[in-house]
Design a protein around this ligand. Structure first.
Ligand code: IMP
Length: 179
């Protein structure tokens, strides 16, 4: 089976290919990101729209992720993409730099839709915000440290083994194998 991963982010596709045995095809369709505090709601709406608008043949996968910083009340959370594009990752670090509590988590929801019922799979990883280090990964990876290394200092394989996306994809892969 081919799974169509709807994203313009090649980093996400690279990570999904490491995880899934099925063919993963990248579809660069720009679905509407609805405004919601709930990652699952955003991912499901995107998956349904993409499935309807891109031919309704193979099932689609949409992943919505965000960085949730404790000291900032969960910001940027579901608005992580907007915050990255506007203030940028370095200035998110600057916001947290003054805080004693630098704990944060990455959360990811993967939504799968084949025209029948939408399914969601969630993963999260705890870490802390640090000054940028490393040049791998993408997005907030350089400022997110987990067990001593930032995600930008990890190989794709190592990041997958611990990451929010890896954990969500693992649940999805288990479900796919059973169904
Ligand atoms: P979206 O899920 O593509 O909307 O991503 C939301 C925001 O989180 C974007 O700014 C991404 O760059 C960032 N992001 C998503 N996944 C990751 C990740 O695995 N590492 C670092 N940043 C991420």
């Amino acid at each position: 089976m081919t799974i169509r991963f709807v994203t313009s982010n090649e980093g996400k596709v690279r990570e999904a290919r490491e995880y899934l045995t099925d063919d993963v095809e990248q579809i660069d369709y720009d679905y509407t990101e609805i405004q919601s505090d709930d990652l699952a709601e955003i991912a499901v709406a995107g998956a349904k729209e993409a499935f309807e608008e891109t031919g309704r043949d193979d099932p689609v996968l949409v992943d919505d992720a965000g960085l949730f910083v404790d000291a900032l009340g969960g910001f940027p959370g579901p608005y992580s993409s907007y915050a990255e594009d506007t203030v940028g990752v370095e200035r998110v670090w600057n916001l947290v730099e003054q805080e004693e509590n630098r704990r944060a988590k990455f959360r990811c929801v993967v939504a799968y839709y084949d025209g029948d019922e939408a399914r969601t799979f969630e993963g999260a990883v705890p870490g802390r915000i640090v000054a940028p280090r490393g040049d791998g990964g993408f997005g907030y990876d350089p400022i997110f440290e987990h067990e001593g290394a930032t995600m930008a200092e990890m190989s794709t394989e190592r990041k997958n083994a611990v990451s929010h996306r890896g954990r969500a994809l693992a649940k999805f892969a288990d479900w796919l194998a059973e169904n």
